[in-house]
Design a protein around this ligand. Structure first.
Ligand SMILES: Nc1nc2c(ncn2[C@@H]2O[C@H](COP(=O)(O)OP(=O)(O)OP(=O)(O)O)[C@@H](O)[C@H]2O)c(=O)[nH]1
Ligand SMILES: [Mg+2]
Length: 409
């Protein structure tokens, strides 16, 4: 396991944000050996933190062999380069850390390519900065040819890899589009689980899979860890004669690196076609309202803020809130409780499937176009052909009862 030091430097430091950052470090499988904190009166352009703190960290690093220093905030390419040169160690900021979590643990080909692409773009922006830096160095006569040649080689390598990953991603997008069209033709409605990381999305997906008696191989990974899920999974949920598709995907976190929002866009595009979004909220977390704000801001950034949404306040077993209970569009549950999952299913059913009544119809053969229409509007449970026409047993949406009244028998 890599050993790292962490620097918390900001004008205000909130304990929950510090805790969340430590959980991100753990999700990247790194061990924090030392923490440094500094409440900054002002941000220092070259190094973010002050001179004295830089020197203190330098002394610490000389006495301890660490793998990296992580910053709680984002840094500019110049700040990273200055700090790396001073401390002679790998320096990562918050965005680097989040991208690294994905790079280490994402499994699907699309997710891996998206992250590689995002990381390459960050590397490129750092190289652009270092041109000036090397320029200054060469003016004083140090390593002129060598540094510039290496820089040029790095730049070319990165540029060509960006081109090839972008091309591969486009190809994968085409495949996904074909799959999506097939799905749209299947006419199964799609429900997408979204929300802040660690809210319980995957746990809810597994509970719904269990409810619909799916085999255990279909279950997804759930764990008390930030970014436990890094790839999208799509599963079919069968409820007697009604079915829908359910997608589980990456959770959100505050201040996502913008390269990652871009990468999320294609991962989350499935959600753009959802008939219903289920936003899962960790109600046991003190500041869950802030997390809801992050989710709604991310949905806006992805242009899917206007889809129908059911808010599911999860983990009520760790609060005083009674559950299951429904208040407007807010459902309070615990994913670990069977009665709650039944109530969730009820709420999904109400939103996806209009209420129906079982009726028996007789459609004369000369009205076969009516039969064709019925196939798209209602669920046909039985068909028998008699002399006077097609006899059907149908689950008919209530708003169509009037239309087919003349054919009931
Ligand atoms: N007490 C309690 N724990 C829960 C509940 N729902 C989920 N958990 C736990 O919360 C942790 C996170 O659950 P996940 O389902 O992995 O969360 P997620 O939203 O998929 O998280 P990411 O994939 O990281 O975005 C797990 O340890 C679950 O067992 C609940 O209703 N009550
Ligand atoms: Mg998950």
């Amino acid at each position: 396991m890599e050993q790292v030091a962490v620097v918390f430097g900001a004008q205000t430091l909130h304990e929950e944000d510090i805790q969340e950052f430590k959980e991100l470090v753990a999700a990247c499988d790194m061990e924090i050996v030392q923490e440094f904190r500094q409440v900054l009166r002002q941000i220092h352009g070259n190094t973010w933190i002050g001179k004295g703190k830089c020197a203190e960290i330098h002394t610490f690093l000389q006495a301890h062999a660490l793998d990296a220093v992580l910053f709680f905030n984002d840094l500019s390419p110049l700040q990273i380069r200055n700090l790396e040169a001073y401390w002679n160690i790998n320096v990562m900021d918050r965005s680097d850390l989040i991208l690294e979590i994905f790079a280490r643990r994402a499994k699907s080909k699309a997710a891996r390519l998206q992250i590689e692409n995002a990381q390459l773009k960050r590397q490129r922006s750092r190289l652009i900065g270092s041109k000036k830096h090397l320029g200054r160095q060469s003016a004083s006569g140090q390593n002129k040819g060598l540094g510039e040649k290496q820089l040029e080689l790095d730049r070319r390598r990165i540029a060509s890899r960006i081109v090839s990953t972008t091309r591969e991603l486009k190809q994968l997008e085409k495949t996904r589009m074909t799959q999506r069209n097939a799905r749209l033709q299947s006419r199964l409605p799609l429900v997408s689980l979204i929300g802040y990381t660690n809210a319980g999305k995957s746990t809810i997906m597994n509970a719904l899979l269990q409810y619909s008696n799916s085999s255990k191989e279909k279950y997804v990974y759930e764990k008390d860890m930030l970014f436990a899920t890094l790839d999208t999974s799509l599963r079919r949920i069968d409820l007697g004669h009604q079915s829908f598709l359910l997608s589980d995907t990456v959770g959100f976190v505050r201040d996502l690196p913008h390269e990652l929002i871009e990468a999320f866009h294609s991962t989350l595009e499935e959600a753009c076609y959802a008939d219903l979004l289920i936003e899962v909220i960790d109600t046991s977390y003190a500041d869950y309202e802030q997390q809801m704000k992050v989710t709604s801001d991310t949905l806006q950034a992805l242009h899917i803020g206007n889809l129908p949404i059911l808010h599911v306040f999860n983990k009520c077993d760790q609060t005083d809130i009674p559950y299951p209970s429904m208040h407007g569009e807010h459902l309070f549950i615990s994913a670990k409780n069977k009665e709650c999952i039944e109530e969730l299913i009820n709420q999904i059913r109400l939103r996806l499937f209009p209420p129906t009544t079982m009726v028996k119809l007789c459609i004369p053969y000369e009205k076969s176009n009516l039969y064709g229409r019925l196939l798209t509007q209602a669920q046909i449970l039985q068909r028998d052909d008699f002399e006077d026409g097609i006899h059907l047993e149908v689950a008919l949406p209530n708003d169509l009862l009037e239309t087919y009244k003349a054919y009931m028998h």
